[in-house]
Design a protein around this ligand. Structure first.
Ligand SMILES: Cc1cc2nc3c(=O)[nH]c(=O)nc-3n(C[C@H](O)[C@H](O)[C@H](O)COP(=O)(O)OP(=O)(O)OC[C@H]3O[C@@H](n4cnc5c(N)ncnc54)[C@H](O)[C@@H]3O)c2cc1C
Length: 327
């Protein structure tokens, strides 16, 4: 039975794994995070009234293709996503490549529940950061940051931001590495803030507030907590600032836009080094038949949950087509 390693349990890696789970193959998934989901991430904030989860990567997603719409219907039935019926105040011109208007979907109650649902039953190694890969006579071998090694895989699939795929493959697959390196992904500083109160806040989500600093602000439905995303330009300009400095700068920008926020009870900044794809590779996935090596993720088709899912699903389907179904 062929053995497959997938590096990355974001939505692309999870979609790829879902395809391969029904094939007659053994699968192991490695992710450096404590939980699956990658950029579909939730962080807990502590308010005097209790703890709430705030999504600080992807905010919502849309479904345009019949295949992803069908997937979303299954997730709705499972109760892990629901329509997000919030009026978004648009203060900025649409970003190039932004998806056309469609129903906005959110995790219920947040995205970690969706990705945990997708990862159910999958053989996932958490907190398993792969620092190098090698193709040996006995198959693919992975070296982890904590010194662990795994080897003997017939196939290796990378479901990472394209720049990270390019870096991991430089020595072992220069062709696929160069192809992945054609993608460009913008960083994003995210700020998460909990306040004692926010009586003056009228809108639940605003795109383009903050004079070039803030690209997005959204309030939690559960309480006076806000997530803000800095624009790509601001994030690039302040990429190496400390989280403390960034958190103060983003809170200042948020307060300037939303007077009436009470004192903050928690303020956190998170840097997404690779956040939104600005230039995609333009094919669904990368594949090297000779090496038994594939790559997927949003860098291949574009900056959206839906496109990342399609990339992973297409790579999984390509490989699963070579194996008989599991009996
Ligand atoms: C701030 C922000 C806002 C966004 N807003 C939206 C939105 O509103 N709507 C929308 O549709 N999309 C949005 N996106 C984009 C969307 O989140 C991504 O396109 C999608 O989640 C990418 O999924 P992926 O599986 O390709 O990559 P990722 O989610 O990045 O998954 C990659 C996984 O690989 C793991 N990993 C990385 N390196 C290693 C390693 N060396 N070893 C092991 N594991 C590793 C990571 O931990 C991660 O889990 C947003 C993204 C960000 C950051």
């Amino acid at each position: 039975m062929p053995s497959i390693a997938i590096i990355g349990a974001g939505i692309a890696g999870l979609a790829c794994a879902a395809r391969l789970q029904v094939a007659d193959a053994t699968l192991q998934i490695f992710d450096k995070g404590r939980a699956p989901g990658g950029r579909m991430a939730t962080r807990e904030l502590h308010l005097p009234s209790g703890t709430l989860g705030l999504d600080h990567g992807a905010q919502y997603f849309t479904a345009h293709t019949p295949a992803f719409q069908a997937q979303c219907e299954r997730w709705k039935t499972a109760g892990v996503i629901a329509p997000w019926r919030v009026a978004v105040q648009e203060l900025a011109p649409p970003r190039p490549g932004r998806a056309p208007a469609a129903e906005r979907l959110r995790g219920v109650p947040d995205l970690r529940h969706l990705t945990a649902y997708c990862a159910q039953g999958l053989p996932l190694h958490r907190q398993a950061e792969v620092v190098s890969v090698a193709r040996l006579a006995a198959g693919w071998a992975l070296q982890l940051a904590d010194g662990r090694e795994y080897s003997g895989f017939d196939y290796l699939l990378l479901a990472l931001p394209a720049e990270q795929t390019a870096a991991l493959l430089t020595a072992v697959a220069p062709g696929l590495s160069a192809q992945a390196a054609t993608a460009r992904t913008a960083p994003c500083w995210a700020g998460l803030f909990a306040f004692t109160h926010d009586h003056a806040a009228k809108h639940h989500a605003i795109r383009g507030a903050g004079e070039g600093t803030l690209g997005w602000l959204a309030r939690s439905a559960q309480g006076p907590a806000w997530v803000v995303h800095a624009t790509p330009a601001w994030s690039r300009a302040h990429l190496d600032q400390s989280p403390t400095w960034v958190s103060a700068a983003l809170e200042h920008a948020l307060r300037a836009h939303l007077p009436g926020l009470g004192p903050s009870v928690q303020a956190v900044a998170h840097r997404w080094r690779y956040a939104l794809v600005e230039q995609a590779i333009g094919v669904p996935f990368g594949w090297d038949e000779t090496l038994g090596l594939g790559a997927c993720g949003d860098g291949w088709l574009g900056a959206r949950v839906e496109l990342a899912w399609h990339s992973g699903d297409a790579l999984g389907a390509r490989l699963a087509a070579d194996f008989p179904p599991r009996s």
